[in-house]
Structure formats: structure tokens, C-alpha cells
Write a protein that binds this ligand. Structure first.
Ligand SMILES: NC(=O)c1ccc[n+]([C@@H]2O[C@H](COP(=O)([O-])OP(=O)(O)OC[C@H]3O[C@@H](n4cnc5c(N)ncnc54)[C@H](OP(=O)(O)O)[C@@H]3O)[C@@H](O)[C@H]2O)c1
Length: 272
């Protein structure tokens, strides 16, 4: 008979042991962040739910409460405001946080020079500046406790420039590169870093970015595919669609990938 200590760990146990007790999830009010928060609550994590919409976060916290032994914490923050990001660090200072999932983000589309510059700079603040700030704050804390995990939301568009989403793709190139560089830096401190690079996902993202996403993965598929690879890889293409797109693109030179994705993006941004 197998002794209990030799029983293989379930994914939930593996994640909780490696990255518990609390997980900070940004973008928890919608889409991928919300799906990640649900999965982590089921795995027994305490959740710190971060986004701008308080009422939505409070409704989610009430939904999660019966699923997790630890009462969820709600922090409303506009991540484009550096003081709000610092407040997340202050308000979690007394919690045993071991996991950061930086899922908050948004996209813009259309010709860059025709777009609203303030919106483009705001996107850099949310997708890059706040993400770097949070990664620095929690990366330090995790390194000091010699245990932790950091998940950064990259994208299929991170691996080449893409016309009509030029600035959005550039923000994701920053995220991808930051994750790849940080992973070996933090590994000796027991901290795992993962870049998650999905293809199209059916969430609130398309509407805000003025893109038509007719088919894509569900946020839950992305959440599960991502969490399963934390501690096992530096980059994951979560789900079947992301892997199929990678397989069809990876053998092409960068310039050919850029040309192909420019054509795809032209179709996704015209009717939107
Ligand atoms: N959907 C896709 O096709 C796709 C593909 C690849 C990568 N991604 C990436 O995956 C991540 C999650 O996207 P999603 O599909 O889940 O999008 P989503 O459904 O639109 O959710 C975005 C989340 O980010 C939060 N957020 C946006 N701006 C914020 C701000 N200034 N301050 C605080 N929170 C903010 C939103 O909450 P509030 O509105 O309540 O603030 C929401 O919870 C993003 O980084 C995105 O770039 C998405």
C-alpha cells in the first residue's frame, strides 16, 4: 500500500505548497484574472482581488468566500496611478503573499498615429509600468522569504511587431522580455517567473480594444493552462489554440510572422 507521503501531489496542493498562502491577482474583475482567482480559491489560496471596479470585485469576493478557507481581500486600484500600486504593497504588508498574477491590462487598435496619445501612454502605464512596479515590490518580498511565484500576462503578439496593434504588441514584448530575464535572476531565491502568452481569448478585452474576436479560448482554459505550468516553464502558450498558432508561426522568420499577423489583425480591427 502506498503511504500518504508518497501519494503524488495534486495540482492544487503543489501550487499551495509552492506559492501559498495569499495570491494577489490584478485584473480580477474580468476575463483571465477573474478565472485565475476562481481557480486559486478552489486550490485553497487566500485571494487579494485588484481592479478598478469595487462593486464587481466585492461580488466576486462573495462568490469566492464559500470556496476558500481564507476570506478574500478586495483592493480597488487604478494601476495607471503609481500611488495606487504602492498602496497594494502597503495593504498586503501583513499578509503572507506568495503569488502575484499580473493579469490587468488592455489593448488599443488601429493606426498608431491616428490614435489618442493619452490612451496609448495610459496603456504603457498599466501594461508595463504598473506591472514592473508590482513585480519589483513582490519580487523583493518573495526573494526575501525564499519562495514565491510571479505570472505575467504576455501574448501571441509579443514575439514580433504587429501592424494596427503596434503599441499594444510593444507593451507585450516588454512583458515577455521582462519575464524571460527575471526567471533566471529569481530562480536561486526560490521564486518562479512565468510569462503566459495566449492567442485570442473571449473576454472583455476585444470590446475595449475595438477588436472583433470571433473565436478564441475561454479565460478558464487560459487560467488552467497557465497555473499548471508555473514552476515548470518560463513561457507557456496556454491552451490548444495558442499552441496551434505557435506551431504554425514558429518556423517563419520574424518578418514573415509580422506580415502574417498584420493581415490577421487587419481583419480583426476593421469591422470592430
Ligand atoms: N483577451 C485576449 O485576447 C488576450 C490575449 C492575450 C493576452 N491578453 C492579456 O491578458 C490580460 C487579461 O486580459 P483579459 O482578456 O482578461 O481582459 P479583460 O477581460 O478586459 O480584463 C481586464 C482586467 O484588467 C483590469 N484593468 C484594466 N485597466 C485597469 C487599470 N487601469 N487599473 C486596474 N485594473 C485594470 C480590468 O478591471 P477594471 O475594469 O475593473 O479595472 C479587468 O479586470 C491582459 O494583460 C491582456 O493584454 C489577453
Amino acid at each position: 500500500m502506498t503511504s500518504p507521503s508518497l501519494r503524488p501531489l495534486t495540482e492544487a496542493e503543489r501550487l499551495r505548497r509552492a506559492y501559498g498562502t495569499y495570491a494577489v491577482v490584478t485584473g480580477a474583475s474580468d476575463g483571465i484574472g477573474r478565472a485565475v482567482a476562481m481557480r486559486l480559491a478552489e486550490a485553497g489560496f487566500g485571494l487579494v482581488l485588484v481592479a478598478r471596479r469595487r462593486a464587481v470585485l466585492e461580488a466576486l469576493a462573495a462568490e469566492l468566500e464559500p470556496r476558500t478557507p481564507i476570506r478574500p481581500v478586495v483592493i480597488t486600484a487604478d494601476l495607471s496611478v503609481p500611488d495606487d500600486v504602492d498602496r497594494i504593497a502597503r495593504e498586503t504588508a501583513d499578509l503572507d503573499v506568495g503569488l502575484l498574477v499580473a493579469a490587468a491590462g488592455f489593448g488599443t487598435s488601429g493606426p498608431f498615429v491616428d490614435g489618442d496619445l493619452a490612451a496609448e501612454l495610459n496603456m504603457i502605464d498599466v501594461n508595463c509600468r504598473a506591472l514592473a512596479q508590482l513585480t519589483h515590490l513582490f519580487g523583493r518580498r518573495f526573494a526575501a522569504r525564499r519562495r514565491g511565484g510571479i505570472v505575467l500576462m504576455s501574448s501571441l503578439v509579443a514575439f514580433q511587431g504587429v501592424a494596427r496593434v503596434a503599441n499594444y504588441a510593444a507593451t507585450k514584448a516588454f512583458v515577455q522580455s521582462l519575464a524571460e530575464g527575471l526567471a533566471p535572476e529569481l530562480k536561486p531565491f526560490g521564486v518562479d517567473v512565468l510569462a503566459s502568452a495566449p492567442g485570442p481569448v473571449m473576454s472583455g478585452f476585444g470590446q475595449r480594444a475595438h477588436m472583433t474576436i470571433r473565436s478564441g479560448q475561454t479565460p478558464d482554459e487560459v487560467a488552467v493552462g497557465t497555473l499548471n505550468m508555473l514552476g515548470r516553464r518560463t513561457t507557456v502558450r496556454p491552451g490548444f489554440l495558442a499552441k496551434a498558432l505557435e506551431a504554425s508561426l514558429m518556423l517563419l522568420p520574424r518578418s514573415a510572422r509580422a506580415a502574417m499577423l498584420a493581415r490577421v489583425m487587419a481583419g480583426m480591427t476593421q469591422a470592430a
